[in-house]
Unconditional design. Structure first.
Length: 142
């Protein structure tokens, strides 16, 4: 990956819907050249997906929380989280807890209900998000 690929990645992370013509202008390449570079990065798995970032507040889920979760029922817990519409991220971690869960909910009561439903899988510590000064940050390629 060269410097131009890195520039392309930074632009795409900011504006995933940009046209190849505009992307080419942004990095001083022709449309066919930038299209070929993007295609190669997609084939290599460097570009994995293109997604919309949805505002939880705008879809009536303004409450966010992280749960540090310990379970011995890993497979069933992962399946439960996969099926839960309030769980938006799940990470396997090291240390005292073995999962980090990110949840969104319409209210504190709904969040509590979701946490209680997880109780059958293990123990958790909940960290309610007060604010998110940096909600999404781009990955700067090396």
């Amino acid at each position: 990956m060269d410097q131009l690929d890195k520039q392309i990645l930074m632009v795409l992370q900011e504006q995933a819907r940009i046209s190849m013509t505009e992307l080419g202008k942004a990095v001083a390449l022709s449309q066919p050249a930038v299209t070929e570079r993007v295609r190669r990065m997609e084939e290599k798995g460097i570009i994995d997906h293109y997604r919309a970032i949805v505002s939880p507040k705008q879809v009536h889920k303004p409450i966010s929380a992280f749960l540090l979760f310990h379970t011995k029922k890993c497979e069933s817990f992962v399946a439960y989280c996969r099926d839960s519409s309030d769980v938006i991220e799940l990470h396997r971690i090291s240390g005292q807890y073995n999962f980090l869960v990110k949840m969104v909910a319409p209210s504190l009561q709904s969040l509590e209900d979701g946490i209680n439903a997880m109780g059958g899988y293990g123990d958790s510590t909940t960290l309610v998000v007060l604010s998110s000064p940096i909600p999404h940050k781009h990955i700067a390629p090396l």
